[in-house]
Write a protein that binds this ligand. Structure first.
Ligand SMILES: [Zn+2]
Length: 63
């Protein structure tokens, strides 16, 4: 399991294939080709990317 790139919490729940959810800061994490993509769920249910906030080094999925 990896840490949330946003809050470093390890309180990550699996919600689908390569899809995870951080229960600490409530963002969705998608793992693709070794990189974690981060999305925030907006009030209307749409997803907005948070990837611009993080360097790729931070988002690299370390097994
Ligand atoms: Zn988090």
């Amino acid at each position: 399991m990896f840490s949330c790139p946003n809050c470093q919490s390890k309180d990550i729940g699996k919600i689908g294939i390569n899809q995870y959810y951080c229960w600490n800061c409530f963002i969705e994490l998608t793992v693709s080709q070794g990189i974690i993509s981060t999305h925030q769920v907006e009030e209307d249910g749409s997803l907005s990317s948070l990837d611009d906030l993080f360097d790729e080094d931070v988002r690299r999925y370390i097994l």
